[in-house]
Design a protein around this ligand. Sequence first.
Ligand SMILES: [Cu+2]
Length: 310
Amino acid sequence: VSEADTPSILDPAGPEADAVAVLWWWMLGAGLFVLVLVLVLLGLALLRGSTRKRAASPTWTRKAVVVLGIGLPAVILIPLSVATILVGRELDAVEPPEPLVVEVVGHQFWWEVRYPGLDVVTANEVHIPVGVPVEFRLRSEDVVHAFWVPQLAGKLDMIPGRETSYQFSAGKPGVYEGECAEFCGIQHAKMRFVLVAEPAQEFQEWVVEQRRPPLGDLPPLAEKGREVFRTSSCAACHTVEGVSDGDVGPDLTHLATRRTLAAGILENNRGNLGGWILDPQSLKQGVRMPGTSLSGPELQALLAFLEELE
Ligand SMILES: [Cu+2]
């Protein structure tokens, strides 16, 4: 999880986000100019008001309406609209030969992440190589969500039954926070993710790791945990390659390689993992995972198993 609590579009980290940030500053500038002008006029009116004896002449009023009411807004709004359209077209125009494709599927309240060309499936953590344009193809399994990484690109809606897509790239390595930008239910605010932009070499290593079957020989406790996983409710909702193929919740095949749990809200460590499994409802009320009533030893075994999922 990155240093800043709330990632800002004013701290852009890629060419697309740069263009949006520049536009934002121009809009702020124009807005400030109008604000100052209005305050000055208001000040003048207040000063003069008390000494005014006659009404302003009709011609003067008409001129003021034309200049301040039509001329000034036109001079400010038309260039800004043109700039907005141009920036939008520039962002749409990035069309390199074969971009990396990442599919992201919105669920209440987590993100399924797929790399169709690479045979990788994960959740709540997107990895991309730095400096390479990436095409994001977005869908939703339930309601409207919106995919947003403020430091890298604008928001894009994820609409049930329809695919939306756009491209962007990261200009420098980093762990960027993302979030759902369209109210999607009770835990909308806890529907977060991280986007890890890394040098090509590290990205390749990550891909190799994610494609590897997760489980070699297991220590006895983890072996027991696998049985707990298989025979309790977990297997009905989660996929672990070679063990189960549920598809209600995130794929857990490489859970131990991820930084966070529960869509970016908890650091992935043993304490949080145990707490989450016992009582997800108290950490994320209304989430689509029930609590469990495993015994202490069963939970310990289950945790040992989940920690082997590298
Ligand atoms: Cu959402």
